[in-house]
Design a protein around this ligand. Structure first.
Ligand code: AMP
Ligand code: MG
Length: 349
């Protein structure tokens, strides 16, 4: 398949290209596009065959449901059975933005889109390219992250092209993703709102609006035997091609432990890498040391994480060590992704 690649800026939309992209989606085609979280791989959410193509293009297991992206609040009612009060409150505060809500689905939503579930995930992105595309495509775009299944989510078009060129009809390059981390997912179908995936909108932020919010324990505990409620969270994810080990402990101890491991790996002829905060990045002797930002700036760390994981792949780094970061605020989502990328391999010093 020939993939058309189109560049545009949020502030300067290419209306004609967006119309063409919308027409492609309405005809059952696939278009990758930027959002404020990560790039999405979009198809017509109300066309089961389109969703089937999304799974095939990504190599994604078909029990891993897609998120439906809408551009207007009034479009929500058509795809869900009922809009609970909590959803109106959250939408008012956090939509458009990096929050996905789970509802009971309406009949018109095909099971291919929901991975066989009776519930449906919905988000309203704020990125202007995404919003214009959704309108041109008829209002409902199913879009998971635009990476091959298992790889880190793409935070720039370069990585979408790397994974999906030749597998989709069009890729819209809208520059770097503002946030760099996938949306928070909150399930509104049970007795209590429950976070199924941590993200930019934190537990505290949701509690400000809703009162008490639960968190699906399986997403923070790598040893849980229970299946996570968001089917996608059970798969190994975000994994770089090399091995990744998280090292937890006081700075001095951690630095000497990691440097010792690096020497051992180098003796074996392995190419080594470290993921560190600005404060300590200068202390490591690895072949490639990548700083993700100031230790206290969880948002910057969130923005850098997936890019850094991809860069290690580009550089063919074989043994990667990561510092551990604070789990508060957005840090909770950062550690969730880092733990998944490492297959929950953590050394506690
Ligand atoms: P992605 O867009 O690639 O981040 O993938 C979508 C995520 O949303 C996956 O982790 C899915 O498991 C989750 N998701 C989508 N729909 C549902 C649903 N109905 N119930 C629970 N989780 C969902
Ligand atoms: Mg994904």
């Amino acid at each position: 398949m020939n993939t058309r690649i189109v560049k545009m800026e949020e502030e300067n939309l290419d209306v004609q290209a967006l119309q063409e992209a919308g027409t492609l989606i309405k005809a059952g085609g696939l278009v990758a596009f930027p959002t404020e979280t990560v790039y999405g791989l979009g198809g017509d959410a109300l066309n089961g065959a389109s969703s089937g193509k999304i799974y095939a293009a990504k190599g994604r297991p078909s029990d891993n449901p897609l998120i439906i992206h809408i551009a207007r609040m009034e479009d929500l009612g058509y795809i869900v059975k009922e809009v609970p009060e909590a959803a109106y409150k959250l939408a008012q505060r956090y939509w458009p933005g990096p929050l996905t809500m789970i509802f009971d689905k309406a009949e018109c939503v095909p099971r291919e889109t929901t991975g066989g579930l009776d519930t449906v995930a919905v988000r309203m992105p704020s990125n202007q390219i995404a919003r214009a595309l959704i309108r041109e495509a008829g209002g409902y775009i199913a879009a998971p992250s635009a990476n091959l299944s298992g790889r880190p989510s793409p935070t720039s078009a370069r990585y979408v092209i790397e994974d999906l060129e030749g597998r989709v009809d069009m890729i819209i390059d809208g520059g770097g993703a503002d946030l760099g981390l996938e949306s928070t997912i909150v399930d509104l179908t049970g007795d209590k709102p429950t976070i199924l995936r941590p993200g930019y909108i934190t537990e505290e932020m949701l509690e400000e609006t809703l009162g008490q919010v639960e968190i699906d324990k399986t997403i923070v505990d790598g040893n849980s035997r229970q299946a996570p409620k968001a089917p996608g969270m059970k798969y190994r994810h975000y994994a770089p091609k090399g091995t990744l080990l998280i090292v937890e402990g006081e700075a001095d101890e951690r630095i000497s432990y990691i440097n010792r491991q690096i020497s051992l790996q180098k003796e074996k002829g392995k190419k080594t890498g470290v993921i560190a905060a600005d404060e300590t990045a200068g202390k490591y002797f690895a072949d490639s040391v990548k700083s993700v930002g100031k230790r206290s700036d969880e948002e910057q760390i969130a923005r850098a994480l997936f890019r850094v994981l991809r860069e290690f792949d580009d550089e063919e780094v074989q043994a990667i060590y990561a510092e551990s970061f604070e789990s508060r605020g957005v840090g909770c989502a950062v550690m969730n992704r880092l733990l998944k990328a490492a297959g929950h391999q953590v050394i506690k010093l």
